[in-house]
Design a binder for this molecule. Sequence first.
Ligand SMILES: Cc1cc2nc3c(=O)[nH]c(=O)nc-3n(C[C@H](O)[C@H](O)[C@H](O)COP(=O)(O)OP(=O)(O)OC[C@H]3O[C@@H](n4cnc5c(N)ncnc54)[C@H](O)[C@@H]3O)c2cc1C
Length: 400
Amino acid sequence: MKTIYDVVIIGCGAAGLSAATYTSREGFKTLIIDEKNLGGELMSTGKIDDYLGIFGGVSGVQLAMNMYRQALKFGVEVKCPETIVDLDLNGIVKKIITGSGEYRGYSIIITSGGGESRSLVEGEAKLIGRGVSYCASCDGPLYRGVDVACIGNSGKIIEDLKILTSTARRVYLVLEEENGELEKAASQYGNVVTVKGRLLKIGGSGKVEEIIVEGDFGRRRIPVSAVFIAGEGDGKNEIYGRAGIALTDEGYVKVNLKQETNIRGIYAAGNCTGRGFNVAISIGDGLMAAISALKYVKSIKARMGEIKRESNIFYVEIEEGKRAYHRFKVEEDCMIMQSTYTPPEYRGLGIAGRIVGEVLKYAGKIGVKKLIVECSYVKRWIEKRRGEIGEFEVEYDIKA
Ligand SMILES: Cc1cc2nc3c(=O)[nH]c(=O)nc-3n(C[C@H](O)[C@H](O)[C@H](O)COP(=O)(O)OP(=O)(O)OC[C@H]3O[C@@H](n4cnc5c(N)ncnc54)[C@H](O)[C@@H]3O)c2cc1C
């Protein structure tokens, strides 16, 4: 069975490392995923003079390395570089989908940064809305059958490629930094041309007509009708919005003072919430998000662990209105084990097995000698644990 993490943290910057250090130190299974490497913005801050308690300042890189070592010491798992491209937040176990796999967790802390301003390239500002676009899903269809360019290193661009390759004739992917995951995603499409270099200029009179890219090949002029830009801060929270997480009017992840989003079990901290853009704030908010996430994880685990009985049913109230249960009937010294049910999205968590174990304990207590098993799940369960079920005589009469 795939691991279910207690906490999955998106982003290995100051906020993510702060949250991860706390949750892993408390003994909760924690995973950090980052599309680049450790440290986030800290890796480009130079010297930080205003971090309280470090007199004389510290380099961002040094601070990031120390935070990373601290988190690793407490057992955090790290996957990078890997980009989160989608989230499935239905049910108690959330799915985190990356460019190359899928992870599962009871809670998620979003600390994916953003908010830093990207400097515009020459020609970009005057051609916005005239071929320069920041939204492939909105404007991609306007450039059907022609050549376009797209640029960016963020997870959003993997999504943009899906859209653009299905509408444009040819898509020039301008890669300003090495990004194996993105190149791999691009190689799936027959109409993507990857150009490794820096975008210097977007040209055209009245509308986009060309881009100029500089790389090992020198300067290259590429005729295109549109340029789609997926920069660090541009619409990077769209994936959260699509998954139902509320965003602020400015596009940041909306949180309250406990760093809770509108969805239970999902928290956010640091620059992605649009509050502060400062290392200490990211660290503080990351810690608060971790405290809230652990409170939530403890509460759902306690609820999933609590098995109750109501006449001839043992059940776990997984969430309001959703029960996993086993139904039985007792006739003299015989228990008929009729049916077991777990809502599909909660299967594989061992809930049904714990319920059946509890039913058998009860059977022993009330003096049951014989089990008539009508339920195929219980048959499989018993066959795996023949030695553990005590002295019961077992007869199978499978109906469900
Ligand atoms: C040049 C510069 C100087 C600065 N100077 C100071 C200073 O002196 N003092 C100060 O307090 N602050 C300073 N700051 C700000 C400070 O560095 C940031 O506010 C802080 O580091 C942000 O931390 P964060 O964890 O919130 O986000 P980030 O550090 O941005 O971390 C976010 C992480 O999430 C990852 N990520 C994003 N999207 C995805 C995805 N879809 N899938 C997987 N991973 C993803 C990113 O790769 C990144 O590693 C400076 C910033 C800059 C740029």
